[in-house]
Design a binder for this molecule. Structure first.
Ligand SMILES: [Zn+2]
Length: 499
């Protein structure tokens, strides 16, 4: 297709603004000549196909589509068009400390955030982290993110979190939590109820709501029951870190199950170090897991559990957890998840002196988890997660004509998981609105995010002081002893190797 000859072909200089591209709000958009991963129930893949967006909906998917007069055309030749990705667990406020904890374990994360410095975050710091994280998400093609916002010490913090999410043209779910108080305390506060009715009373599929808290095995009296009852009363889902090594265990799952609080809308984050009995309880009640594979691998919640979840028939969604270590990049989530599952399968087989000759988990399934799986977990499957007429237009075009990695394009699912990266995200549409085009953000104020983040980092650096700041970033390294070697090896230039 030589789309340049079309009068409706969009173009313009990079960064020249939306008007220059012709992608003005309300104008229908058609992507032409893409490899389309529909992620519909049959996982249809269409080659050289078009997708038409009218208003906030996908209105047609197929070949050579007839489009309304004045439709803007995006040439997707050489690219992959897929549903917007969905991250079901992300502590967005922590993006203000991007990369700071790269060398942390989960223990160090808990000490820094829960015991030492989490309390220092003011409402404007929550706002700053959320604003940057929200922009980062849409830039990476993550059109829906759950903000697992567990440092809402006051409702001023909560308003700041919601304000940031509403400023950015992505789809978000605010999962309200507060690590500085017990869930049965903060959820009982009148101002919490007031916040929910103020900000979430009208139906709004751009900003959803969940309650976020954990059930550690500290008390067999199950005081969290009161918080679950608030969630039930409000009719909102609960998301909970479950199966985190030595932190949340089978005991929490048992208590939730016996009290009737495990439902199809419950999300179990990590779900790593659990027994078969707990997985059976999750599967039987229809709940979904949110896997943060890079987190589980690095921080130590337990081995990324897809190899077990698959055996129990539990729905999987993907997440990135926190930018204190990782970025809002579901390409890396897909890659890490597929690799971790296969690594485990090989390891288990080798332990039995066997060889895996055929992988069970396919790239196709992991793309499903990054899109449809997230929509199912969030109860949004009728809205988003696939490219089908009638669904909301959350669409990502992966295309990069300047990259040697975008051809040949032979195995589209494998290309998404193992070849492409966030730098290849060309165009992102959320709810029918173009938020990124030609590798440039549209309508997100990155300059403002930079300014508020700098203020927050300056403030936190001052609160900690230089010693605590540096010690927090560079934890001690345990001693590693090089093993005794039974062989000796010497080398002389005249004689060559000798032993
Ligand atoms: Zn988490």
């Amino acid at each position: 297709m030589t789309a340049a000859s079309s009068p409706d072909q969009v173009g313009g200089q990079p960064g020249a603004g939306l008007a220059a591209t012709g992608l003005t709000p309300g104008r229908p958009i058609v992507f032409r000549n893409a490899t389309v991963l529909t992620m519909d129930d049959a996982h249809h893949v269409l080659y050289g196909a078009d997708v038409l967006i009218t208003g906030d909906r996908i209105t047609a998917v197929g070949h050579g589509l007839q489009v309304p007069e004045g439709t803007a055309e995006i040439d997707a030749t050489g690219g992959i068009l897929m549903p917007g990705m969905i991250d079901t667990h992300r502590h967005m406020w922590q993006t203000a400390m991007r990369g700071y904890g790269a060398d942390w374990t989960l223990t160090q994360y808990f000490v820094w955030n829960y015991l030492q410095w989490g309390k220092s975050f003011r409402p404007q710091d929550i706002y700053a982290g959320n604003l940057l994280s929200a922009i980062e998400a849409i830039d990476a093609g993550v059109t829906t993110s759950v903000d697992w916002s567990h440092n809402l010490q006051t409702t001023e913090h909560a308003d700041a979190a919601a304000d940031a999410l509403q400023e950015v043209p992505g789809r978000f779910v605010l999962a309200y939590g507060n690590i500085q108080a017990a869930p049965w305390e903060w959820s009982a506060a009148p101002e919490f109820r007031d916040f929910v009715s103020r900000r979430f009373s009208g139906g709004n599929d751009m900003l959803g709501f969940q309650m976020a808290f954990d059930v550690p095995p500290a008390s067999p009296e199950f005081p969290e029951k009161a918080a679950f009852e608030v969630a039930r009363d409000l009719g909102v889902p609960v998301t909970t870190h479950a199966g985190v090594w030595k932190v949340t265990t089978d005991e929490g799952i048992r208590l939730m199950h016996e009290h009737g609080f495990m439902t199809p809308s419950t999300i179990y984050v990590h779900a790593a170090s659990l027994s078969a009995d707990s997985y059976h309880r999750i599967a039987a009640t229809g709940g979904h897991a949110s896997l943060s594979t890079e987190s589980e691998q690095s921080a130590g919640q337990g081995y990324p559990p897809t190899w077990k979840l698959r055996q129990h028939g539990i729905g999987v969604s993907l997440s990135m957890d926190t930018s204190v270590w990782w970025s809002a990049d579901l390409f890396s989530a897909m890659r890490a998840t597929l690799s971790a599952d296969r690594a485990r399968e090989h390891l288990e087989a080798h332990g039995k002196d066997e060889t895996v000759t055929h992988h069970r988990l396919r790239a196709e399934q992991v793309v499903d988890w990054a899109t449809r799986g997230g929509a199912r977990a969030l109860g949004m499957d009728s809205l988003t997660g696939s490219l089908e007429p009638g669904k909301k237009a959350d669409v990502v075009l992966i295309k990069n004509d300047a990259s040697p990695v975008m051809f040949p394009l032979l195995h589209p699912y494998g290309h998404v998981v193992f070849q492409a990266g966030r730098g290849d995200v060309h165009t992102v549409v959320v709810n029918g609105r173009v938020v990124k085009y030609d590798h440039r953000l549209v309508g997100a104020d990155l300059g403002k995010a930079r300014q508020v983040i700098e203020q927050t980092v300056d403030y936190l650096r001052g609160e900690l002081g230089p010693d605590a700041w540096n010690e927090g970033m560079h934890p001690e390294i345990p001693e590693t002893r090089v093993l005794d070697n039974p062989y000796t090896y010497t080398y002389t230039e005249d004689q060559g190797p000798a032993s």
